[in-house]
Design a protein around this ligand. Structure first.
Ligand SMILES: [Zn+2]
Length: 276
């Protein structure tokens, strides 16, 4: 059964809960009120959910039949994309873009997929989100899985947010974290690790793990479909709440060893190259 999708129009500066409850439904499986942003976003939700169902047999964030809900036209004049988790509801809020840096986030499938991954990993991954290795690990996972969805659907490289930014080709480059033409340059070796003090530092350090993932994919010599992604998927469910980068690499290596010598070799080489 395909997951049910609902998109609401939230015309306010902040997604306060009162506004969330009053937001107008503009697109669902049975309704289309003609909002052009909703019409772009609606099929993307299906693409992400189908990728997750096909690859991992999981439907929706919680593996329940709860609909996937999104709120658009929020944070007027901002390019924000953000996942919210409450006890009653999970939802993603998207802005319309700003005049300076961003178009609307729905311009890039990997940005939409990144936010949806926060939804899946809220239930699948025990790691605590914060200004710590845990937060960087989660941003890394959302980037990698988000880009994998986009590569599956549209092909392309390892850059995140192509079409989302006004002055740069994309936001982050997972294959070449120090790419100077990106909106955000990240780290690519453990020796360069930043101190955690802002959201940006999470993305900077996530670059180290993302680089290792791309190296592992490029170095994998076996024939199994998505072998490296499946190892990451197993590892992310089996890391501790306060996981650091070394524990993360250790867990990924353990699952890579179980999957055979080709994966073990590729993963070990990749982590060594980034200093883990
Ligand atoms: Zn994120």
């Amino acid at each position: 059964m395909p997951i049910e999708r609902r998109i609401y129009s939230l015309k306010c500066r902040r997604p306060i809960s009162r506004r969330i409850r009053k937001a107008e439904l503009v697109m669902s499986e049975t309704e289309d009120k003609g909002d052009s942003m909703a019409q772009i976003l609606f099929p993307m939700i299906r693409q992400v959910d189908e990728f997750f169902q096909t690859s991992f047999g999981r439907q929706g964030y919680q593996d329940l039949e709860r609909p996937i809900e999104m709120f658009i036209h929020a944070f007027k004049s901002s390019g924000i994309a953000r996942f919210y988790h409450t006890t009653k509801r999970d939802y993603i809020v998207f802005g319309d873009g700003d005049k300076k840096n961003f178009y609307s986030p729905v311009a890039a499938l990997d940005i939409v997929a990144h936010e949806m991954m926060h939804g899946y990993f809220t239930y699948l991954c025990p790691v605590k989100y914060g200004f710590s290795d845990g937060g960087a690990i989660l941003e890394h996972l959302c980037d990698i899985f988000g880009v994998k969805v986009r590569r599956h659907e549209e092909g392309g490289d390892w850059k995140v947010g192509n079409g989302y930014t006004r002055k740069t080709p994309a936001i982050r480059d997972l294959e070449n974290p120090k790419n100077p033409s990106m909106l955000l340059r990240a780290n690519e070796h453990i020796d360069q690790k930043s101190r955690y003090r802002s959201q940006q530092s999470l993305y900077e350090n996530a670059g180290i793990l993302s680089k290792s993932f791309v190296l592992a994919e490029n170095g994998y010599s076996g024939v199994e479909d998505e072998a490296i992604l499946k190892i990451w998927y197993k590892a992310l469910q089996n890391i501790p709440r306060n996981c650091d980068f070394n524990q993360f690499a250790h867990t990924v290596r353990a699952f890579a060893d179980l999957s055979g010598s080709e994966t073990a070799q590729a993963v070990d080489n990749a982590f060594k190259e980034v200093g883990l």
